[in-house]
Design a binder for this molecule. Sequence first.
Ligand code: PHE
Length: 357
Amino acid sequence: MSSGTESSGADTANSPLSVEEIKVAALAALTVAGSEAVLDEWRVSYLGRKSDLTNVLRSISSLPADDRKAVGASANLLRASLEEALAEKTQELRGAAGSVADALDVTLPGRRRRRGGLHPTTQTIRELTDAFGAMGFQVAEGPEVEWERYNFDALNIPAEHPARDSWDTFWLESPDGEGRSDMLLRTHTSPMQARIMEKADPPIRVVIPGRCFRYEATDATHEWHFFQLEGLAVDKGITFADMKGTLFEFARRIFGPDRKVRFRVDFFPFVEPGAEMAIDCFKCNGQGCSLCKGTGWIEIMGAGMVHPSVLRNVGYDPEVYTGFAFGMGVERIAMLRHGIDDVRQFAAGDLRFLSQF
Ligand code: PHE
């Protein structure tokens, strides 16, 4: 059965231990050694003159010629690694003894672990989608790199339409390197209106949070990337009153039960009529203060009835279906609610800012 270095010792009671067996026993004993005195005993019994390892090394000459080389090599290797392990363990014990006494003051207060948290933008998106979710809206997401077709054309903004100037656009380079391609970084979340209507049949009630990009200079109220929350509801017989009711309820859920809302005419090519919605200032209750710049009102989103051309573009019959859409800046909502005065804080990555939320 067994022979040479792998001799198991099972043949006879006093056959010599194999190198492997010595190693296992030595390392096990070393692990539990807790003082330098014990280490000294360990050295004598595993590396000393009468140790099993020394015996193995001594007996090499009496081994069959074929085995000598292998046994010799592994025994020497083990000796070297046991010496190294001993040195390490000695270091460890000395180090521990020194540092425990000197450096550990058990009366010091513990160091608190910093807790991670959700980014204020993420928190706001969740609050907004929760508010609309409670009113029956689903949540969808879409691509940040978008086709010109969805970002503009499907939304009633053809090439050369002056309204394109309202969305300063990052265009992707064309693959041949000659000028721009027909892809861009979406300038708003509205392209998802078209994408969703193309895929689904009414009734539709959905909100779409997502990052948008605009090629413009940054300041306290402008970022080149930011989040929007888009909303879309389409069905038979949806009216402007449905939109007002929905957005009024939303404003109460997010800004408090006493809010009033105000709709004024605004223009977006993909809605008709288009509106801008404001709430009465929740800080001064409409009296006029620094937050509402003395007007008593705070604009929070663009909205309107989905334009018949947009419905036609996605294959809906505008004589049968109507709907409303709205879009708001997520950071703007967060800034209003938390009194944040610089939108650039959101992407600055400063934990002193972020950890307040
Ligand atoms: N997409 C518009 C913007 O970025 C907002 C909007 C969305 C307006 C939906 C009306 C309807 O300014």
